[in-house]
Design a protein around this ligand. Structure first.
Ligand SMILES: [Zn+2]
Length: 177
């Protein structure tokens, strides 16, 4: 998994660089467009977060997003589907119902679940890149990090949910959950 994690981080940071994205919030749709992927929003039942449909013969893809969900969640889902696109070439159609946002459960490692964890990690690396976070937290002390408002403001800057930001800061070792 260590090798995969490195690969996932590198893949995300190369995409950011190729698109000239150097600050938050990361424009996920611009990245999708760069990859030749159309993002479409549709209102559907709550269960469905999104899907990735590949057209292998034409090297194109469509990402579908449930328009009913909050903005931060929709952005995370686009990034998650981009993760499947970049990392998992074995599937033509991938449907995401309620995928798990947290990456803490390291024990489960069965195929499908592993793909979901990788797509979530990719989404986190894309939306909350480590170098952006390091810059933002360079002059922050641990008391600020314990303040819910601080994390809320940081999440707003990255246009992600406070929950996603909390997991990210924990993953990067800034806070303990
Ligand atoms: Zn997924």
């Amino acid at each position: 998994m260590a090798v995969r994690r490195k690969h996932i981080r590198t893949t995300a940071s190369q995409l950011l660089r190729s698109n000239g994205i150097e600050s938050a919030p990361v424009e996920v749709e611009k990245i999708a467009e760069y990859l030749g992927i159309r993002v479409q929003y549709e209102t559907t039942d709550d269960e469905l977060s999104g899907f990735l449909l590949r057209d292998l013969s034409r090297n194109k893809a469509i990402i579908g997003i449930n328009d009913k969900h909050p903005e931060t969640r929709k952005r995370f889902t686009v990034a998650h589907e981009l993760g499947h696109f970049m990392l998992h070439e074995h599937e033509n159609l991938h449907i995401d119902k309620r995928f798990m946002i947290q990456l803490r459960d390291e024990k489960s490692s069965k195929g499908e679940f592993e793909d979901e964890k990788e797509a979530n990690l990719f989404a986190a690396e894309l939306l909350m890149p480590i170098d952006f976070i390091q810059t933002d937290l360079a002059e922050v002390n641990e008391f600020d990090l314990e303040d819910d408002d601080f994390i809320k403001d940081l999440a707003a800057k990255y246009d992600v949910s406070p929950q996603a930001m909390t997991f990210r800061l924990s993953y990067l070792g800034y806070i303990q959950l």
